[in-house]
Design a protein around this ligand. Structure first.
Ligand code: ADP
Ligand code: MG
Length: 342
């Protein structure tokens, strides 16, 4: 009998990770939390040490036809450090591993590293090592980040409680629309030697895709307001998937109000042009690099005082499910592609 073969698609990304990691019991007392949150948590004495890794692959996560190497370096760092901010922590050190094919010159890689350097300056992080290897095809970048947090300030995905309010920073769907715009211009100019892509008026969407900012300001503002989120996650897979992660890990439900989901004017405009639904971009688009978090309802006034944060719903008991309330009052079930209750 041949060994059973299971297709990855049958499990989905989250199912696959769970299947691969479920047989690794924690063996060291210093390991507070393993796989399953935005970063691993390690007891370092006074404070918790936070560790997180992300990998970006050419042709899968970025296309060098329109992604300048410098911006790519910057974005790789932003994506990496946001996982530390999502634990309410401060990123401190970074290692970078690259796999490089012969099509890249030394100068190309210096461009990549100038972006990494720029992000290290902006967010006060030290590049402390990495690894360099040849690849057969294209570029691979893996970023690992270490950070720390006061033990009583850490925010897990699992701490949301019934009646907490659900908060979100920035606006959603713009990076996804920026990607669509870049793909459209790439298609329009395929085979053209001197392309003149039409990017005027779309600067905001391009910036959200090509030069995202990390969540350092939000974490600093919450800290100075004396707020510790009960749960937090960085928005990388889209609001729906990331909200469901909080609900699953916290054992709760949620009611989100569609008209409260922040969507930029530019995102609406681009969606109209593409005959796409801006709400779908916000719920499932991904790449937003914002924070989604919950706080006790008693903190509502403080949250309003910070600015740049929208309250989009509240946490409910698990028995009432994960619901999306439309402006006319009807309710939909909040679901996400690839997300399954385990
Ligand atoms: P994020 O989007 O925040 O970077 P992911 O969705 O990639 O997180 O991963 C979810 C969790 O699973 C994280 O805790 C991560 O460390 C862990 N994880 C992901 N891939 C692997 C893997 N191949 N082996 C072990 N743990 C993994
Ligand atoms: Mg994350």
């Amino acid at each position: 009998m041949p060994a059973k073969r299971t297709e990855i698609a049958e499990l989905g990304e989250f199912g696959l990770i769970e299947r691969l990691t479920c047989q690794f019991p924690i063996r060291n007392a210093s390991t507070v939390l393993g796989a399953g949150d935005d970063a691993a948590v390690i007891d370092a004495g006074e404070r918790y040490l936070l560790l997180s890794s992300d990998m970006l692959l050419e042709g899968v996560n970025f296309d060098l036809v329109y992604f300048p190497l410098k911006h790519l370096g910057y974005k790789a760092v932003v994506v990496g450090i946001n996982d530390i901010y999502a634990m309410n922590g401060t990123p401190e050190q970074l290692t970078v591993c690259i796999g490089v094919s012969a099509k890249f010159s030394v100068e190309d890689l210096e461009e990549l590293y100038s972006g990494i350097r720029s992000a290290c300056e902006d967010y006060r992080i030290d590049l402390v090592g990495g690894d360099t290897t040849a690849s057969v095809n294209g570029l691979a970048i893996s970023v690992s980040v270490a950070g720390s947090v006061d033990k009583d300030k850490i925010a897990y995905r699992s701490g949301a409680r019934v009646n907490d309010i659900v908060c979100i920073t920035g606006d959603l769907g713009a990076a996804y629309m920026g990607l669509h715009l870049l793909e459209r211009e790439k298609r329009a100019f395929a085979g053209n030697d001197s392309p003149q892509p039409q990017f005027e008026g779309y600067e905001y969407l391009l910036r959200r895709q090509l030069k995202p900012t990390a969540a350092s300001d939000t974490v600093a503002s919450l800290r100075s307001a004396g707020i510790v989120p009960t749960s937090m996650i960085d928005l990388s897979d889209g609001l729906a998937s990331d909200m469901l992660q909080i609900c699953k890990n916290s054992g709760c439900g949620v009611r989100l109000y569609l008209e409260r989901i922040p969507i930029a004017r530019e995102t609406h405009k681009m969606a109209e042009e593409l005959h796409a639904d801006p709400v779908v971009a916000a719920l499932n688009g991904g790449d937003d690099n914002e924070l989604l978090f919950t706080v006790p309802v008693t903190q509502q006034a403080k949250i309003a005082g910070i600015g740049g944060i929208d309250i989009i719903g509240h946490i409910t008991p698990a028995s009432t499910g994960t619901r999306l309330v439309t402006p006319d009052g009807s309710e939909l079930s909040l679901t996400a592609p690839g997300f399954r209750e385990q």
